[in-house]
Design a protein around this ligand. Structure first.
Ligand SMILES: *Cc1c(COP(=O)(O)O)cnc(C)c1O
Length: 404
């Protein structure tokens, strides 16, 4: 099992005090903290091989290019993609979904349907609304039940030969629900739809196997897997990446340019216009190495322990209601205190050193569904402890007393 004490020493930020109290960082679903190896790799890149990639013949440029392409291969191995050129580096999940949805905005037509779910993050809703507005296609929504689980019978009914895209989240950032994406992908393929999986919330906990899942697109953010902000990955099946038009025009993504006509570069460069976040891509590879060393099986088992402990301890608080009680859940606990606004709780527990998120978590339709303005969300990572959950519980009790 994991040596949590040793792991915590890898994360310099965790030794801080906040407002005079030891930091308890439970906002991991918003962004993860960075291990020292990640910080050091950023410095090392800029101090040793910083140069622009793919174009230079000089030594540093070649070293930087090799490191960047090696990182792509690392991601390929991590996700079990068939080809390294099916792995595109992006600025994050939002960028990746926009790239795909924008492409479909050109491919879809009136009468076509795009299916998303009731528990999507705004970044897997709004780009599809753009695509539907542009193309005349219709957006449909797979509903969920009171536990925050997708209603699969309704999904079956919504799937028709008009369904061209199904875009769903692997794990809900607001509820913690793990969706049955393999079943969703299989069923969507039966009607010929392409499937995009929003893996932003899953990748910190689960190692995705895109060939086993057979998804057409899988996106995630570097900063949620202990990597730098402004980095991310879009996996796309070769045939789909060839079908989609380029997203941005510029340097790097072209083969030939004249004022009359431009031809595009091959994959992955067709979708990587301009100078990318070179250090970011390289260091994202370092972050994935770190997580793989800790081991995703170990991470999942330990985080499940934290989830069970946190659920039990928080449930002991009178007037506390957990939002999101799916059978399959990751270590995210959203909750509310009867008669108290989530924001007020967030402010008070912060004074006690506890970082939680409050609000709608970029999922306003979920809040509307439950008829609430927002939730308090505690999300646990493998570097958190049960003792920290005890601190949270005491802080929440204190907030409840002060606000009642
Ligand atoms: C965080 C998150 C996003 C957005 O990711 P960015 O890094 O902000 O682009 C999208 N979907 C889910 C499920 C998320 O948790």
């Amino acid at each position: 099992m994991l040596d949590i004490k040793a792991i915590r020493q890898d994360f310099p930020i965790l030794t801080q005090t906040v407002n005079g109290k030891p930091l308890v960082y439970f906002d991991n679903a918003a962004t993860a903290q960075k291990p020292r190896v990640v910080e050091e790799a950023i410095v090392k890149y800029y101090e040793t091989i910083n140069a622009n990639i793919h174009r230079g013949v000089h030594t540093l440029s070649q070293l930087a290019t090799d490191a960047y392409e090696e990182a792509r291969k690392k991601v390929q191995t991590h996700m079990n993609a068939k080809h390294d050129y099916e792995v595109l580096f992006t600025a994050g999940t939002t960028f990746g979904i926009n790239l795909v949805a924008s492409g479909f905005g050109s491919l879809l037509k009136a009468g076509d349907e795009v299916l998303i779910s009731a528990m999507e993050h705004h970044s897997n809703i709004v780009p599809w609304q753009f695509a539907c507005e542009r193309s005349g296609a219709t957006l449909k929504v797979i509903p969920m039940n009171q536990n925050g689980e997708l209603i699969m019978e309704e999904f079956d009914k919504l799937l028709t030969p008009n369904t061209k895209v199904v875009a769903v989240t692997h794990i809900s950032n607001a509820l913690g629900t793990i969706n049955p994406i393999k079943e969703i992908i299989e069923k969507a393929h039966k009607v010929g739809a392409a499937v995009l999986i929003d893996g932003a919330q899953a990748t910190p906990h689960i190692k995705p196997d895109v060939q086993d899942l057979d998804c057409d697109f899988y996106v995630f953010s570097g900063h949620k897997v202990c990597g730098p902000t402004g980095t991310g990955v879009l996996y796309g099946k070769e045939e789909w990446l060839n079908k989609l038009p380029p997203y941005q025009g510029g340097g790097e993504m072209i083969k030939t340019v004249t004022f009359e006509k431009t031809t595009y570069a091959c994959l992955p460069h067709k979708f990587e216009a301009g100078t990318p976040n070179i250090a970011g891509g390289i260091v994202l590879g370092v972050a994935l190495d770190y997580l793989n060393e800790v081991g995703f099986d170990n991470i999942a088992a330990y985080e499940h322990e934290l989830l069970e402990y946190g659920t039990k301890r928080l449930s002991e608080i009178e007037g506390l209601k957990i939002i999101g009680t799916a059978k399959e859940k990751t270590s995210v606990i959203s909750f509310n205190l009867e008669g108290i606004h989530p924001y007020d709780v967030g402010v008070i527990v912060d004074k006690l050193g506890v970082a939680v998120r409050t609000g709608h978590h970029c999922t306003q339709p979920i809040m509307d569904f439950f008829g609430i303005p927002g939730t308090i969300r505690a999300s646990f990572s493998f570097y958190n402890t049960k003792e920290e959950i005890d601190v949270l519980v005491e802080a929440v009790k204190k907030a409840q007393m002060m606000l009642a």
